[in-house]
Design a protein around this ligand. Structure first.
Ligand code: SER
Length: 585
C-alpha cells in the first residue's frame, strides 16, 4: 500500500468515527522562537490539550509534517529519518482508553489488513505517579490480542512527553512483528534488534509535568496518537528500509545511476537530507547560522558533501530536485507550488559551500597529517570550530571526515566554542523575538498593546474561538495573525476598529501581575504557546476586556495609543488571516 493510500485511509477512517480533519500545521511553528520545528502532531495542539476549546470540536485527525534532528548523525543507516509524517487522532476530553484502543485495532486489522498475530502491544507498568494500566491491557485482550503479546513497561518505554515539561501521560504502543528470528529468549518490543517495529503510539494525556518534576492532573483526559507514515508504508510493502518505498526509491535509483563511486550510506544521506531540506524551505525556512536556519544549512551541506563522495556532478542537483518534487507532489502539493524557490535556495547554498569545500578538505587533511605525525587521534575543538567558522563545515561533516580518517573530534570543546558564538547571535535574535517586537521604542510598545486590544476585539466581532497565531511589530505598523476561517467582511473590519478605538478612548489601565502558569491558565488568560513560558508568568490585563500571558512591555494606559486603523486584511496561511494596522497619533 502506498503512503498516500495509507494517509487517505487514516483520515477517512477517523472522519467516519466522528473526527474533524484538520490541516497539518507548518513545519516551522508560526512565531514561536522556542521550538525549531514541529516534532509531533500534538505540538500545535497543546493549548487544546490543556483545555482551550478547539473550533473543530473534541475529535480531531490530521497528518502532521515533523522534523526531529536528535538522530541526525544516524541518518545513512537503514532506518533513521529527520523528516517524517505523523498521522494522528485526538480526543480532547472526549473518548478515552477503550474507544481509542478499539479504533486503533480496527484501523490496523480491518483497514490495513494487518494479521492479529503480527501485533504486539505494550502498556504502562505503573509507578508512584500513575497506576498500572490494566484497563488498556484488558481492552487489548477483549479485542483479541493474545495475552502473551501484551507487555508492561515503565516510564522509559510507556510514558510520553515532549521535552521536560508539559502535558503527558502513560501510553500504549503497538508493534509489528517483522517475522525475523528473536534475538534472545527475552526478545520483546522494548528490544532494538529489529524483530519488532513500533507502529503507533496512543498517549493517554491526563497529566501535566511541572518544571519541578511533579505531576498535576489536567482539566480533561485526552488521547494523543501518532503513527509514522513512512514506517508503516515500509512494513506494508514488505520492504527492509524506508528508502525502498515509493517516496525515496526514484531518487535513490537516480543517484545510483549518476554515481561514479558506489556508497549506499551516501545515497541515503543525500536522499533523506534533500527531502527534509525541501520541506523546510517550502514552509518558509532559509539557511542561516542560527537555530532552524542552521539545521537547514547543515542538512544541505552534509548532503552536498555526500553527493561529492558519490562523485555526482553537482550541476545535477536541480534535476534531482525536479524528480523528487514529481515523486512527492501528490503527498505535498506545496512542494510543486514552491518548486523554484526550493531549487534556488538549495542550489545557492550548495554553491556557497562548494566554494570552501575543497579548501576546507585541504585544511582538514593538513590537520589530520599533523595529528598522525604527533601520534594523536583527536582533532581539537578549536580546529573543528575553525573549519566551521572559516570554511563553513558543520561539525557533523568534520566528524564524518575524521571518522573516515580514523580520527575523532573533541566535540565538547567545539560545543563550548559554538555555544559562545551562538549566544552572541542569540542575544540579537531574542531581542527581535521579544513579543514579536523589533525594538522597544515608544511606538513599538504602543503597537504591542494594540495587538492585545485587537485580539480581544476580534473575539467579540468574529467569535470567541479566534486566537492569535503570530505578530510582527515595527515602529511604523503592526501585523497580527489570527485563526479565522473566512475573509473578514467590511462590516466586521469596521466594527473591530470601532471597538479598539472605543477602548483606547476609555483610557483603560494596563496592569501586569505575576502568577504561576497553572493559575494563569485556570484564570482564562489568553496564551499563544503555553509551553514556551516559564513557571511563573506575567499576565497583562487591560481594563476588564483583555487578559493575556505576555512578556510585555506595554503602555500604562490605552489613551497613549492614538487612533487605530486597519490597513489590510488578508490570508496568511490555511485558516489564518492577517491584519496590518497602524496607530495614528
Ligand atoms: N505524541 C506522541 C508521539 O509523538 C503520539 O502522537 O509519539
Amino acid at each position: 500500500m502506498k503512503a498516500i493510500e495509507i494517509r487517505n485511509k487514516y483520515l477517512n477512517f477517523f472522519e467516519r468515527n466522528g473526527h474533524s480533519v484538520i490541516p497539518s500545521a507548518p513545519l516551522i511553528p508560526e512565531n514561536d522562537p522556542s521550538v525549531l520545528f514541529n516534532t509531533a502532531g500534538m505540538q500545535p495542539l497543546v493549548p487544546y490539550l490543556l483545555g482551550q476549546k478547539h473550533p473543530k470540536g473534541t475529535r480531531l485527525v490530521d497528518f502532521q509534517k515533523c522534523v526531529r534532528t536528535n538522530d541526525i548523525d544516524e541518518v545513512g543507516d537503514n532506518r533513521h529519518l529527520t523528516y517524517f509524517e505523523m498521522l494522528g487522532n485526538w480526543s480532547l476530553g472526549d473518548y478515552f482508553k477503550e474507544e481509542s484502543v478499539k479504533m486503533s485495532f480496527d484501523f490496523l486489522t480491518k483497514e490495513l489488513n494487518i494479521p492479529i498475530e503480527k501485533l504486539h502491544v505494550t502498556c504502562f507498568a505503573g509507578d508512584k505517579d500513575c497506576p498500572k494500566d490494566e484497563e488498556t491491557a484488558n481492552v487489548w485482550k477483549k479485542v483479541g490480542i493474545p495475552e502473551n503479546h501484551i507487555y508492561y513497561f515503565g516510564k522509559d518505554n510507556n510514558w510520553w512527553i515532549a521535552g521536560e515539561e508539559g502535558p503527558c501521560g502513560p501510553d500504549t504502543e503497538m508493534f509489528y512483528d517483522t517475522g525475523k528470528p528473536a534475538c534472545s529468549e527475552n526478545c520483546n518490543p522494548s528490544c532494538d534488534c529489529g524483530k519488532f517495529v513500533e507502529i503507533w503510539n496512543n498517549v493517554f494525556m491526563q497529566y501535566y509535568k511541572n518544571a519541578d518534576g511533579s505531576y498535576s492532573k489536567l482539566k480533561q483526559k485526552n488521547v494523543d496518537t501518532g503513527l509514522g507514515l513512512e514506517r508503516m508504508a515500509m512494513l506494508l510493502q514488505g520492504k527492509e528500509t524506508p528508502f525502498d518505498i515509493e517516496i525515496f526509491k526514484p531518487v535513490m535509483d537516480k543517484l545510483q545511476e549518476l554515481q561514479k563511486v558506489d556508497n549506499i550510506h551516501s545515497r541515503r544521506i543525500v536522499t533523506e537530507h534533500l527531502r527534509t531540506s525541501m520541506m523546510i524551505i517550502s514552509d518558509g525556512g532559509r539557511p542561516s547560522n542560527v537555530d532552524r536556519g542552521y539545521v537547514l544549512r547543515r542538512l544541505i551541506r552534509r548532503m552536498t558533501r555526500h553527493m561529492n563522495n558519490l562523485q555526482i556532478n553537482l550541476d545535477e542537483l536541480a534535476n534531482i530536485i525536479n524528480l523528487y518534487i514529481d515523486t512527492l507532489k501528490e503527498l505535498y502539493p506545496e512542494l510543486d507550488k514552491n518548486k523554484e524557490v526550493i531549487k534556488n535556495v538549495i542550489v545557492e547554498e550548495k554553491n556557497k559551500f562548494i566554494k570552501t569545500l575543497t579548501n576546507g578538505e585541504k585544511e582538514f587533511n593538513k590537520e589530520a597529517a599533523k595529528l598522525r605525525s604527533e601520534n594523536k587521534d583527536i582533532l581539537e575543538g578549536k580546529t573543528v570550530f575553525r573549519l566551521y567558522d572559516t570554511f563553513g563545515f558543520p561539525p557533523e561533516v568534520t566528524s564524518e571526515l575524521a571518522k573516515e580518517n580514523g580520527l575523532t573530534i573533541n566535540m565538547e570543546e567545539f560545543n563550548k566554542l559554538f555555544k559562545e558564538h551562538q549566544e552572541k547571535s542569540r542575544a540579537g535574535a531574542s531581542q527581535k523575538f521579544k513579543g514579536g517586537l523589533a525594538d522597544q521604542s515608544e511606538e513599538t510598545i504602543a503597537y504591542h498593546t494594540a495587538t492585545h486590544l485587537l485580539n480581544a476585539a476580534l473575539k467579540i466581532v468574529i467569535n470567541k474561538d479566534v486566537h492569535q497565531r503570530g505578530s510582527n511589530i515595527t515602529a511604523e505598523r503592526m501585523r497580527f495573525d489570527f485563526s479565522c476561517d473566512h475573509k473578514m467582511t467590511e462590516e466586521e473590519k469596521a466594527k473591530t476598529e470601532e471597538l479598539v478605538n472605543k477602548w483606547i478612548q476609555e483610557g483603560l489601565d494596563v496592569k501586569c501581575t505575576e502568577m504561576s502558569k497553572e493559575e494563569a491558565i485556570v484564570s482564562g488568560a489568553e496564551c499563544m504557546f503555553i509551553e514556551k513560558y516559564p513557571d511563573i508568568v506575567t499576565v497583562y490585563t487591560i481594563g476588564d476586556i483583555s487578559k493575556e500571558l505576555c512578556g510585555g512591555p506595554h503602555v500604562k494606559n490605552t489613551k497613549e495609543l492614538g487612533t487605530f486603523k486597519i490597513k489590510k486584511e488578508e490570508a496568511s496561511s490555511a485558516g489564518v488571516r492577517r491584519i496590518k494596522a497602524v496607530l495614528i497619533k
